[in-house]
Design a protein around this ligand. Structure first.
Ligand code: FAD
Ligand code: DHB
Length: 389
């Protein structure tokens, strides 16, 4: 079998790239290790930058998103006795869009099936060969049968635990990492959101986030210990802890109910350089991870896809290789800025073990500065709504 671009990983990065390339007549094969239902069962991102939404439009898959998503023109920050809004619209003229990653992925799978583009699920032993040659190919197994697909380019969209990044030799690859000493316990519940904007809350008991998916579906997170297990947290214990971390008025009006999903995510900052090796291009979580504070993971994946999509269209339409030659440099320039922002939001709002009294005073002063300075709020807002591509 031969296709122009093999895409490893059927998460949002791989599917979005596939759909954009399809619109330009470039054929792709998506290889996904799990099943469609498994991928759709992962509850992850909820906040999208307008840049992401525009890419979905360009890919021709934004119809349901335009109908069912929610525009958020600001967010609330709370920290002990301080509470204030950051008005994205007033500070930047821009907003973010609330629409779950699950829905994005569902729309992309439906569109891929509708145009007859090929996806292979349950792939095992995926291997990239000859990425540094002019004739790369990928081998994989399904039900024990070996397959080979020849291609022009390989897009490594297989997430943090994928094989694409590992295919870049250690003599070429450099990795930068910071692991945080806590995780996020998240729940999804069929209850109305506590607030019409998200609440990012720092407290002496740790961080909490109030988010949502729609008018009757709420998503809440609390900072937890890395040794915690989601199944040991009863719903009652979760709600009680959340209430202790968010502003008192919000805690009073919080509607609780049974959780329909509960999971713990560790927090990590990670970047792999370069993001291109020969004809292999890394995109999204395969190349970088951010801690979720600031909602930048999926959005940074989308900016990689923007750069790679334009680079591939350029080379197929004009033969010009400037885009692919500069892919890693362009993508990484934006990646490091979202790394900085995510690290900063995380540091600002979480409790760290061994934080000294001095550290806490500085953290509190930084929140007070943010509350009182329009300039500081503008910096947050610009990063939150998304830096330009
Ligand atoms: P993934 O979603 O990891 O997809 C990779 C795919 O590749 C998977 O389907 C996997 O099964 C497949 N795969 C792996 N290995 C192989 C292999 N060897 N062969 C074939 N397939 C393979 N981001 C935001 O922007 N906003 C948010 O609000 C936000 N909130 C988050 C909340 C939580 C709790 C978490 C955990 C993350 C959040 N993120 C958020 C981050 C976001 O979910 C990720 O950045 C996003 O999923 C990255 O997409 P991806 O397609 O690059 O990788
Ligand atoms: C959500 C997740 C985030 O990490 C974030 O910063 C905002 C919202 C969410 O899942 O809704």
């Amino acid at each position: 079998m031969r296709v122009q671009v093999v895409i490893i990983g059927g998460g949002p990065s791989g599917l979005l790239l596939g759909q954009l390339l399809h619109q330009k007549g470039i054929d792709t094969l998506v290889l996904e290790r799990k099943t469609r239902d498994y991928v759709l069962g992962r509850i992850r991102a909820g906040v999208l930058e307008v840049g992401f939404v525009n890419l979905m439009r360009e890919a021709g898959v934004a119809k349901r998103m335009e109908r069912e998503s929610f525009i958020h023109g600001g967010t609330v920050i709370s920290y002990e006795d301080m509470q204030f809004g950051i008005n994205f619209e007033a500070l930047t003229g821009n907003h973010v869009v609330v629409y779950g990653q699950t829905e994005v992925t569902r729309d992309l799978y439906d569109a891929r099936a509708a145009v007859g583009a090929k996806t292979v699920f349950n792939t095992e032993h995926v291997e990239i060969h000859g990425a540094d040659s002019d004739a790369p190919y990928v081998t994989y197994q399904v039900d024990g049968t070996e397959h080979r697909v020849d291609c022009d380019y390989v897009a490594g969209c297989d997430g943090f635990h994928g094989i694409s990044r590992q295919s870049i030799p250690l003599t070429v690859r450099r990795e930068y990492e910071k692991v945080y000493p806590f995780g996020w316990l998240g729940i999804l519940s069929e209850t109305p959101p506590v607030n019409d904007e998200l609440i990012y809350a720092g407290s002496d008991r740790g961080f909490a986030l109030c988010s949502m998916r729609n008018a009757n579906l709420s998503r809440y997170y609390i900072q937890c210990s890395l040794s915690d297990h989601a199944e040991d947290w009863t719903d009652a214990a979760f709600w009680q802890e959340l209430k202790r971390r968010i502003p008192a008025e919000a805690a009073e009006r919080l509607v609780t109910g049974p959780s329909i999903e509960k999971s713990i995510a560790p927090l990590r900052s990670f970047v792999c350089e370069p993001m291109r090796w020969g004809r292999l291009f890394l995109c999204g979580d395969a190349a970088h991870i951010v801690p979720p504070t600031g909602a930048k993971g999926l959005n940074t994946a989308a900016s990689d896809i923007h750069y790679l999509y334009h680079a591939l269209v350029q080379v197929y339409e004009t033969g010009e290789t400037e885009g692919i030659n500069r892919y890693s440099e362009k993508a990484l320039a934006r990646v490091w800025k979202t790394q900085r922002f995510s690290w900063w939001m995380t540091t600002l709002l979480h409790r760290f073990p061994h934080q000294s009294e001095f550290d806490l005073k500085v953290q509190k002063a930084e929140i007070a500065f943010l509350r009182d300075s329009r300039d500081a709020q503008t910096v947050l807002a610009q990063n939150y709504v998304g830096l330009p591509y």
